[in-house]
Ligand binder design. Sequence first.
Ligand code: NAD
Length: 232
Amino acid sequence: MSTIRNIVILTGAGVSAESGIDTFRDGGGLWEQHRVEDVATPEAFARDPELVQRFYDMRREAIQTKQPNAAHHALARLDSEWSGNLLIVTQNVDDLHERAGAKRVLHMHGEHLNAWCTACDVRSRWTGPLIDGPACPACGERALRPDVVWFGEIPYRMEEIFAALQEADLFVSIGTSGAVYPAAGFVRNARDLGVATLELNLEPSQGTLWFDEARHGPASEVVPAWVDEMLS
Ligand code: NAD
């Protein structure tokens, strides 16, 4: 890996699983006992905003009690010590990469700890509940929703992600099932660009055959081992 200079890392729910945050898969396709289409679509929010706000209020409260694990810490160390370009593109809406100390993090699916005002379009740091319809700190309207990209919505900052892939020498996918697009397609975008690809996941993902190399095991073990290799 001595010729690697620029790295794009994609992380998914599996990187936070050992911190006690459920993946979709753990729930057998349910997310914390809810069908995704009941809580994670714009249609669900239009139909039953209270259910959706309550669901995200609980998730927002829960992630604040969780701690980064060895995989988050290893990636933060790579971020601080890697002199080439590095971008951690996360599908996760928790803040465990940042709490481990990573700086070069892009949240393509938004963040639990942000509220988005649909009246003025401003995003505000938000740690409390939204169910009571609090006023937006920027405009005063009671139009805040979770700043989370729901199914059917367009992920954030795609141009930046593709620009980073174009410069990359290595694409690494960690703890993601390869089921949620467009992130699941990044490995093929990387291959088309001639970028080397590596999967680190508990088990073979749906897209595992697209990777040049795959290493399987818990993120808290395979990620620190890979980071040690990269920095040695
Ligand atoms: P997913 O639930 O579809 O897949 C998780 C993957 O992680 C699986 O392939 C599983 O085998 C693997 N995994 C489970 N435990 C692991 C471990 N200890 N070490 C390594 N790998 C492990 O998750 P996804 O691919 O990220 O897609 C689901 C969507 O759900 C994303 O869009 C994300 O926004 C959202 N989500 C986020 C969180 C979070 O923020 N922590 C949690 C659940 C879901």
